[in-house]
Design a protein around this ligand. Structure first.
Ligand code: HEM
Ligand SMILES: [Cu+2]
Length: 570
């Protein structure tokens, strides 16, 4: 019979806070059909990692095809399916589930001092939709995978292979899953914060999940409707997008991008939150501009709903309508810039402890800012006319999605790995893995900017056999092999850590947020007693802002509040 561990405080504290569910005893309930957000978070991590490997392999087929101008690794038709599936998988089955489902589930409830999310069963259902939808997506290769890009624009997607129907179902399902998670996280953060944890005392990763949640359940509705219409038109021949029968292909573009632009922020705001956690911990300084960073996440989320048509400047839109979309797109750079300057100010004068999470956080700052700047070039209508549909666009979104999302995911993984597993990883190998990734990544995508400006179109299996195109495509492909070597080394590092890693203890980094106050890994009930929170968590140098906390031995002592850790001031 499942019981509640001795000494764990339950009622009459506060019903919502208790939210305790007895520890499961059977293997199935503990590890397969678990309602524990920590276990569900780890399930998302494993599933997302597997899909990352598959989507990464597809990327390497693309790069190998592009090693030479007349590459014939795959046929043109297969090439179309490969980049379509690579893009679809990376967006919906890797980055979004890892940043929200995986780290959101494991870290967010711990950071707000809760014992779980608001709706554990909904959480279980939302998770299981993920691997099922993934299997449906990849099984489309068996019957002819979609070939009209991850954007699947009609009318070409109306003529697409049968697997396009499975693509519709898979993406629809993952959309439902992410909607459920969004609602779950919003209610959890709103209702289940520890006593005293007011909004301006919440950790910044929690703020990031709070700002992202509404994007997941509002924007996704547009995608769901568009997908349903595409599926119905393909299967039941009811015209929505076919221009010959009164439909409109541009309708798809509006609905697809009304979702997909906010979706790019679902893919980056939680990553921003990770960087905001890591920088103060490794500089031993209070974060610069706590409130501005918190509110800028919300500002970015709100503005993200008003720029979708910047993806459609060349779709025949009336010129006067391009202007507001161009201007608002540029305005989003302001709240993003506030974050970047605040992070740089936090780094400035810090006693930086250059461990792998700090390396990735700083690397992120470089590559994401780079990606953000090229976004500016794309937002300018006249420049976009030239850049649209070229490798400049491919370079831009890989700088924000790999240079931003994936780099922040790696930073978060190295930061919270000791908490998730109770084990340290090999720091030297971690740093080597960072440099392989950082150098490989920049080598893979930097040349694509000028190849695009020179006119190299995206989504083509062959290209102009001139020296410039051959040299830089080869340079990019070989660099991508270095990046893949980095990814394989990461797998080795994590397995090695699970097998031979040093015990981590509760707080190996000397951090101050709540999750570092309990054991690593945390007990299933998270907190024996729910602590009260007196201040925001990043004021290094000040005593920890918690009362009534039953901290794990060594957790508090690890935080720099003593003379041994002088905290630089601004
Ligand atoms: C792992 C390293 C990666 C490499 C080497 C890589 C390489 C590429 C290349 C060369 C293309 C262009 C194909 C073409 O237009 O013909 C592409 C497309 C794309 N990639 Fe990646 N990529 C990688 C990671 C990622 C990540 C992390 C994301 C994140 C979401 C991503 C999202 C996309 C998307 C959305 C497309 C557009 C597909 C389309 O045109 O429909 N990629 N990738
Ligand atoms: Cu956009």
């Amino acid at each position: 019979m499942a019981t509640i561990a001795p000494g764990v405080q339950t009622g009459p504290y506060h019903a919502v806070l208790d939210h305790i569910h007895p520890e499961p005893t059977s293997f199935i309930r503990k590890y397969i059909f678990s309602i524990d957000a920590k276990v569900i978070g780890i399930q998302y991590m494993i599933t997302g990692a597997i899909f990352f490997m598959i989507a990464g392999m597809l990327a390497e087929i693309i790069r190998t095809q592009l090693l030479s101008p007349d590459g014939a690794i795959v046929s043109p038709a297969t090439y179309n399916s490969i980049y379509s599936m690579h893009g679809s998988a990376m967006v919906w089955f890797v980055v979004i589930p890892l940043l929200t489902g995986a780290f959101g589930n494991f870290v967010m409830p711990l950071q707000i001092g809760a014992r779980d999310v608001a709706f554990p069963w909904l959480n279980l259902v939302a998770f299981w939709m993920f691997p099922i939808a993934g299997v449906i997506l990849f099984s489309s290769f068996l019957i002819g995978a979609p070939d009209a890009g991850w954007t699947e624009y009609p009318p070409i997607s109306l003529q697409g292979p049968p697997g396009t129907n499975l693509w519709c179902i898979a993406v629809f399902l993952i959309g439902v899953s992410s909607t459920m998670t969004g609602i779950n996280f919003l209610v959890t953060i709103y209702k289940m914060r520890a006593p005293g944890m007011t909004f301006t005392r919440m950790p910044l990763f929690v703020w990031a999940q709070f700002a992202t949640a509404p994007l997941s359940f509002i924007a996704t509705t547009a995608l769901g409707a568009a997908l349903a219409a595409l599926f119905i038109e393909r299967v039941f021949n009811v015209p929505f997008y076919d221009p010959h029968r009164g439909g409109s292909p541009v309708l798809w573009q509006h609905m697809f991008w009304f979702y997909s632009h906010p979706a790019v922020y679902i893919m980056i705001i939680p990553g921003f939150g990770m960087i905001s956690e890591i920088l103060p911990t490794f500089t031993r300084k209070p974060i610069f501009g706590y409130k501005m960073i918190a509110f800028s996440s919300v500002a970015i989320a709100l503005l993200s709903f008003s720029v979708w048509a910047h993806h459609m400047f060349t779709s025949g839109m009336v010129p006067w309508l391009q202007l507001p979309f161009m201007i608002i797109t540029m305005v989003i750079a302001i709240p993003t810039g506030i974050k970047i300057f605040s992070w740089m100010a936090t780094l400035w004068g810090g006693a930086i402890n250059w461990k792998t999470p700090a390396l990735y956080a700083t690397g992120f700052l470089i590559t994401f800012t780079y990606g953000g700047l090229t976004g500016f070039f794309l937002a300018a209508v006249p420049a976009d006319y030239h850049e649209h549909g070229t490798y400049f666009v491919v370079a831009h979104f890989h700088y924000v999605l790999y240079g931003g999302s994936i780099m922040s995911l790696f930073a978060g993984l190295y930061y919270w790995w000791p908490k998730i597993t109770g084990r340290m990883y090999n720091e030297t190998l971690g740093q080597i893995q960072f440099w392989l990734t950082f150098i490989g990544f920049n080598g893979t995508f930097t040349p694509l900017h000028w190849l695009g400006l020179l006119g190299m179109p995206r989504r083509v299996p062959n290209y102009d056999p001139s020296w410039t195109f051959i040299f830089w495509n080869r340079f990019a492909s070989i660099s991508s092999y270095v990046m893949t070597l980095g990814a394989l080394l990461l797998v080795y590092i994590l397995i090695d850590s699970l097998r031979n890693g040093k015990k981590a203890g509760p707080n190996p980094w000397g951090a101050r947020t709540l999750e570092w106050m309990i054991s690593s890994p945390p007990p299933y009930y998270n907190y024996k007693k729910i602590p009260a929170v007196l201040a925001a968590p990043y004021d290094f140098g000040n005593p920890l802002p918690y009362i009534g906390l039953e901290a794990a031995p060594g957790a508090v002592e690890a935080t720099p509040t003593s003379a041994s850790h002088p905290v630089p001031t601004y």
